[in-house]
Design a protein around this ligand. Structure first.
Ligand code: NAD
Length: 372
């Protein structure tokens, strides 16, 4: 009989279709000596059936309380609500995109229940952590879907076509921000046959954009920051970037915005004046809508028309590709959980920086041994 129980309930956030456990990862956790309980129907929105989980060794629970109540480790995509958290076993591990600071009540319950909460968005982005990096895996799906949405909204073809009705010129697509989502967007737009440009304030993205067949749009501004992320731009740098971009956008058919600065609202890059200068029939898909949008006019969750320019601000795009997004997310979670679930037991090695830096609240620094 195994020593620990891993619990998974249905996601409760509106529109969330992903699931943190797939039959594949369920099987692997069972092989690690864990007992897995999953709420009936928890995988349905991501197309994973209860039968598949049972075949992978899971027990089905009739409701969330039965799935989570006795669990030593709880896996989720988005955090359960405070009421659900307060019903967890004291000291249980909680793994997911928890955003504990986003909701004071959530943070309080995590502390009060002494949960070992691992908000995966805090995971250090080191080479060793790549297989656990949910931000990257989910951003890949989001970038892909953003281009498909743009392809759906645009009144144009993406590729060049030579037909009996004459030649169609390829769409000019600009991807703003060339992080994980942006690079996937570039690759996707390229595969659809568009003429693709990308731009980012980190100069190293030039090579990455070019290696995907895109053209680097040089706006004369570099903002390489720490840890591979961008820093905030100065006012002068921003003004120059804006001026050059505004000119350039007059000739662009589709923009996909993916720019972000960690821990801050999305940088506002496309202004109302720039949109006014664009051709009717142009489309902007703002992947940054969740954190306020890269375009001044973006309305999160809405698709609007501004003088013939369509501006879409889709939310939680990764969820719209729930099968593959869940497969990747669940593998990331499995790899992370493998750091502390072994032989049917939970053991934390706090010398492992992936655990120590991800856990929330932050662990106090270990005091240096007293001098003799
Ligand atoms: P992100 O989602 O935080 O940002 C997306 C992009 O927006 C970034 O490329 C950023 O430079 C860009 N950006 C910010 N402000 C901008 C502005 N004003 N104009 C134009 N672009 C702007 O980033 P992300 O995709 O999560 O990751 C960014 C980078 O971090 C990666 O490309 C990679 O280099 C690094 N990374 C490393 C690892 C690892 O080593 N394990 C894993 C993931 C990411």
């Amino acid at each position: 009989m195994s020593g620990i129980t891993i619990g998974v309930a249905s996601e409760t956030a509106v529109g969330e279709k992903r699931v943190a456990l797939t039959p594949e990862t369920c099987k692997k956790l069972v092989a690690r000596g864990a007992r897995v309980r999953i709420e009936r129907g928890a995988g349905r929105a991501a197309s994973f059936t209860d039968e598949a989980y049972v075949q992978a060794g899971a027990e089905l629970a009739d409701d969330a309380a039965a799935a989570l109540g006795q669990a030593d480790v709880v896996l989720c995509v988005q955090s359960p609500d405070p009421a659900r958290l307060s019903a967890l076993r004291e000291g249980a591990a909680l793994v997911g995109l928890l955003a504990p600071q986003a909701d004071a009540a959530r943070g309080e319950v995590i502390v009060a229940q002494r949960l070992q909460a691992f908000p995966l968005e805090r995971l250090p982005r080191t080479t060793r952590a790549q297989a656990m990096d949910v931000l990257s895996s989910q951003a890949g799906m989001a970038g892909y879907k953003a281009v498909l949405i743009a392809g759906q909204l645009t009144p144009r073809f993406f590729p060049m076509l030579t037909t009996a009705a004459g030649t169609i010129r390829p769409s000019k697509v600009l991807i703003v921000g060339a992080g994980v989502a942006g690079l996937q967007a570039i690759a996707t737009a390229k595969r659809l046959g568009a003429q693709v440009e990308g731009f980012d304030v980190r100069p190293e993205t030039r090579e990455q954009i070019e290696s995907l067949g895109g053209k680097f749009l040089d706006l004369g501004v570099s903002a390489a920051g720490e840890g591979g992320y961008a820093r905030q731009l100065t006012d002068e740098e921003r003004a120059e970037q804006q001026r050059r971009l505004g000119e350039h956008l007059k000739n662009i058919d589709v923009i996909v915005c993916t720019a972000a600065v960690p821990g801050r609202p999305a940088p506002k890059i496309v202004t109302a004046a720039m949109i006014a200068g664009m051709k009717p029939g142009s489309v902007l898909v703002d992947l940054a809508a969740e954190t306020g949008g890269n375009c001044e006019l973006t309305q999160p969750g809405e698709t609007i028309d501004v003088n013939g320019v369509t501006i879409a601000g889709p939310l939680n795009l990764a969820s719209s590709g729930a099968v593959h997004a869940s497969e990747m997310y669940a593998r990331n979670v499995f790899n992370f959980v493998s750091l502390f679930v072994n032989d049917g037991a939970v053991t934390y090695d706090w010398n492992d920086e992936l655990l120590a830096k991800t856990v929330w609240p932050e662990r106090p620094a270990v005091a240096a041994p007293a001098a003799a």
